[in-house]
Design a protein around this ligand. Structure first.
Ligand SMILES: Cc1ncc(COP(=O)(O)O)c(C=O)c1O
Length: 427
């Protein structure tokens, strides 16, 4: 059995657990890519044992598990899952075919008809769509509350509440939710209940490098692996992490709904994405701070939100809960800003960037090596149809990549001057 006790997370995610009861990759410097949809079972009784044992929490040290079929469990994905669980400090991680498959599974494993979910007013657009367009059809009631107001969340809890769901930082506005306060609400509300209340966070924006919600008492953590953990923009994937009591429900949900991560996608996230997270995010944070400072000083910019800026409205909370593996402040790689629409149009600016910038690309998604820009109200959050928290049209989201900050600022500056110049010439 590999021992990594006493080694830092930065080292652990490079080497992983090469030899466990579930696999032996100790002869490989790079783990192999397993590609077998089904597994030889050797006897009916061994096959039957596999099905009987499936879904029970066994952890890393399961003695010779019976692999049956890729959709149930398989070793390359297992190694990725063990790496993500180690980063989050979770008992388990299960990987899914996309971030949305993971969001659906985390909630789907907890909820049944008649239950209620309390969710933050602003969520990633497809999560908003899942909660507003699908859950009512399943008899699940969704209440929307501002999670930056913990008292309002506590007040909204009823005897039917089963999950508190949110993102922090929130996509796209980067508000923070106090993890400790929300986890306490879930814990207190669970006292004396047969079916407890779970706090569930989508930690995609922060990554486990910048924030480990379970250390603050949160029950379940969801990730879109497509973003910062995959890191290179080559694969779609998702993950759910939690404690062993919820493992059987999430595992059997994945088996039956079927949205499992393919070993091929797991392999590249495992080999390229995971070991490079600290390196990529530290570099992106360094750049994000310079870009955010440039934007904050620019006369055409009305507002900039980046948790690394001194002017960030929830700076104290950011300093408290956004901490990297070594305890350093880790404000992440996402920036949200609005232009002064009286002086310049955000749409025209983004269109100019899309046409003329070399190193800022108009595209949805985030957490990649390339810097991406988008307008959430028109794109990733269009499910809000310009209502509620998305009624203020024109905010711009930037996901900082690995380019030189000097070049990113050059491209942004050029487009800002061009669109403001065009307006001045017209006037
Ligand atoms: C915060 C957040 N959660 C979940 C998702 C969904 O991830 P996927 O596109 O892999 O389904 C996204 C996608 O942008 C996201 O931004």
């Amino acid at each position: 059995m590999t021992t990594f006790d006493g080694y830092k997370k930065t080292t652990r995610i490079v080497h992983g657990a090469a030899r466990t009861g579930r696999w032996d990759y100790s002869h490989h410097v790079v783990p192999p890519l397993t590609a077998s949809a089904t597994f030889r079972l050797e006897s009916v009784s061994r096959g039957a044992r596999g099905f009987t044992e499936f879904g029970a929490f066994a952890g890393q040290d399961a003695a010779e598990p019976v692999y049956i079929y890729d959709r149930l469990d398989e070793p390359t994905r297992g190694l990725l899952e063990s790496q993500i669980a180690a980063m989050e400090g979770a008992d388990f991680c299960l990987a899914f075919a996309s971030g949305m498959a993971a969001v659906s599974a985390a909630l789907g494993a907890l909820l049944q008809s008649g239950d209620e979910v309390i969710a933050h007013t602003l969520l990633y657009g497809c999560t908003h769509s899942l909660l507003t367009n699908w859950y009512p059809k399943l008899g699940i009631k969704v209440r929307r509350v501002d999670f930056t107001d913990a008292k309002a969340v506590a007040k909204a809890v009823t005897s039917k509440t089963r999950a508190l769901y949110f993102e922090s930082p929130v996509n796209p506005t980067l508000e923070l939710v106090d993890l400790r306060l929300i986890s306490e609400i879930a814990r207190k509300a669970s006292v004396g209940r047969k079916r407890r209340v779970y706090s569930v966070i989508d930690n995609t924006f922060a990554t486990p490098f910048c924030q480990r919600p379970m250390e603050h008492g949160i029950d379940l953590v969801v990730h879109a692996l497509t973003k910062n953990i995959g890191g290179f923009g080559t694969d779609i994937g998702g993950a759910v992490c939690g404690s062993k009591d919820v493992f059987p429900a999430v595992m059997s949900y994945r088996k039956d709904f079927g949205a499992v991560l393919s070993p091929k996608a797991a392999w590249s996230i495992l080999v390229y994405g995971v070991p490079t997270i600290p390196l990529r995010i530290k570099r992106q944070q360094y750049t994000a701070l310079q870009v955010a400072q440039f934007l904050a000083k620019h006369p055409l910019v009305a507002e900039v939100r980046y948790p690394g800026l001194d002017s960030f409205p929830q700076r104290e909370l950011a300093l408290r809960q956004m901490r990297d593996f070594d305890g350093g402040f880790a404000p992440g790689n996402m920036i949200y800003f609005r232009l002064d629409e009286k002086k310049v149009s955000g749409v025209k600016f983004v269109d100019h960037v899309a046409k003329h910038a070399y190193c800022v690309t108009l595209a949805v998604s985030l957490g990649h090596t390339k810097t991406l820009i988008e307008m959430p109200s028109a794109m990733t959050h269009s499910a809000y149809a310009g209502a509620g928290p998305m009624r203020e049209h024109g905010g711009i989201r930037l996901s900082i990549g690995l380019e030189s900050p000097v070049d990113l600022i050059k491209d942004l500056e050029r487009s800002l001057s061009a669109v403001s110049g065009a307006r001045r010439r017209r006037a």
